[in-house]
Design a protein around this ligand. Structure first.
Ligand SMILES: [Fe+2]
Length: 352
């Protein structure tokens, strides 16, 4: 009897979530003049996550398919840029590999000069020590990263500061990044969150709040992240770990999904995947990795040294989680401003 009751309760929850998600999407569509963070009803976003878990990703696939039918890709003059100079068929091949494996490591590296400039920017820009798990609600005070006086495992550079930096804005509007994104997303890419952070060996315990336990991201229906590693990454300074193929529909086991949107202990993950699918990215500075972080991943806790990573996200819609505020960003790069104005479809997050 109690099993029937539980099944009934689950079915009612699913029906309710479907309605809430449809309502949220209609609300999002008809409120285009509202700030982006007020366009997704929070309850609809939670329904999106629950439906992802109960359908093993099929709900996201279905909605992404619908988005791609409505929102067509933009025309780009070429696919040349920081990832390489690509022909149409090469872009297709890269997107197919990401589709199959969940990630792609580009052969071309960031030029040394650009690595130095971004490293210099991150070293002199005020950033926020991310609260540790035991202090998760503490308001961090902005500070300059000081490796000799560590305050946290992660220091976040605000997105507002990042997009005002011309080197970073040139990456956001880079044709090769946009071309790979839209081939993978099958729609015009939406420039989404820019994250830039230092990782440190401050704590010897993996921090949940610093994404150092396995998890899947679920902020949007579909997205692609570009991780740009600005320091050499070894086994000691926090390599990124990704479970190959786990981004595919049905590839995260039900036992994990039934825990919802949560952090998963290593032992639980290793029970379900062969060790050859557990990929640890030890790579030289300048390496760029595109990854669908719908698959299981984590950043490893650092033993020593430091790691600096710039992450650009491109999504098929901005429906979902709140984005960092960028209203006060002081973008002075005229090229970037005019690129935003002429590509409004891509820069919906940007209020200018
Ligand atoms: Fe993540």
């Amino acid at each position: 009897m109690s099993m029937i009751k539980a099944k009934l309760k689950k079915s009612i929850r699913i029906v309710l979530d479907i309605f809430l998600l449809i309502y949220g999407m209609i609300y999002y569509y008809f409120n285009q003049n509202k700030p982006i963070n007020e366009r997704t009803p929070p309850k609809s976003y939670l329904s999106m996550i629950r439906l992802f878990c109960v359908t093993s990703g099929r709900s996201n696939d279905f909605i992404s398919k619908c988005i791609s039918l409505i929102d067509k890709p933009v025309t780009l003059p070429n696919a040349n840029g920081i990832l390489g100079n690509f022909q149409r068929n090469e872009i297709k091949e890269i997107a197919n590999i990401i589709e199959r494996d969940g990630f792609y490591i580009f052969e071309q590296k960031l030029p040394n000069e650009l690595i130095q400039k971004l490293y210099h920017f991150a070293s002199h820009q005020k950033c926020y020590p991310r609260p540790l798990d035991e202090n998760v609600n503490k308001q961090p005070q902005p500070t300059i990263y000081d490796r000799n006086n560590l305050l946290s495992s992660v220091y976040d550079i605000p997105m507002e500061a990042c997009i005002a930096n011309t080197d970073i804005s040139s990456l956001i509007k880079d044709h090769s990044i946009l071309a790979v994104s839209q081939e993978y997303l099958k729609t015009s890419p939406k420039a989404d969150v820019v994250a830039f952070w230092w990782s440190t060996p401050f704590s010897n315990k993996p921090q949940v709040n610093s994404a150092q336990l396995f998890h899947f991201d679920m902020d949007r229906f579909k997205w692609l992240k570009f991780f740009i590693f600005l320091t050499d990454v070894t086994l000691e300074n926090g390599p990124h770990v990704f479970i190959k193929h786990s981004h595919q529909t049905g590839k995260i086991p039900k036992q994990i999904l039934k825990e919802g949107y949560s952090r998963i202990p290593d032992e639980e993950v290793f029970k379900h995947y062969p060790m050859e699918d557990v990929l640890t990215f030890t790579i030289p500075a300048g390496t760029i990795v595109a990854e669908d972080t719908r698959g299981l991943h984590k950043g490893t806790n650092l033993l020593k040294g430091e790691r600096l990573v710039l992450e650009l996200q491109m999504s098929n819609s901005l429906f979902g989680a709140c984005s960092p505020s960028i209203e006060n960003a002081k973008i002075q790069d005229e090229d970037f401003l005019s690129f935003i104005k002429t590509n409004k479809k891509i820069f919906k997050l940007y209020p200018m």
